[in-house]
Design a protein around this ligand. Structure first.
Ligand SMILES: [Zn+2]
Ligand SMILES: [Zn+2]
Length: 126
């Protein structure tokens, strides 16, 4: 396997992927760019594990910043890393809803979504 060096931009710490991107992650040859580079440089990813970005940059393909972890561990780390939702509501215990897949959701945002849904429903009915 070759490392597509022409798609990698080196910063002081990270190797940033400049090639095609899909859902925030670099894309390469049917897999993610970071998985490909990690393997191409001799890294092993045990069956069923995901590569976690220790640097929190999804486009980074530096194997030193990648660690194979279980899905549950990955979700747990993300949870600790973020203290508020994308709309800036704090993830306090009272405001945090844990979805069946283990991911967090923001109760304040859910309320907004439900209210908008109900408004739409009312509009249709009227
Ligand atoms: Zn990095
Ligand atoms: Zn929110």
């Amino acid at each position: 396997m070759n490392v597509p060096w022409r798609h990698i931009q080196f910063t002081e710490t990270c190797w940033l992927w400049t090639g095609p991107v899909h859902k925030r992650y670099g894309k390469y040859g049917g897999t993610t760019a970071h998985r490909h580079v990690f393997r191409a440089l001799g890294g092993e990813i045990p069956e069923g594990l995901e590569l976690d970005h220790l640097c929190m940059k999804p486009l980074c393909v530096n194997p030193d910043h990648l660690e194979p972890v279980t899905r549950a561990e990955n979700v747990r780390r993300r949870r600790e890393a973020y203290t508020e939702c994308s709309n800036g509501h704090a993830y306090t215990p009272a405001n945090t809803y844990i979805r069946p897949d283990g991911a967090r959701d923001c109760r304040a945002c859910i309320r907004v979504r439900v209210a908008a849904y109900k408004r739409r429903q009312a509009g249709v009915a009227a």
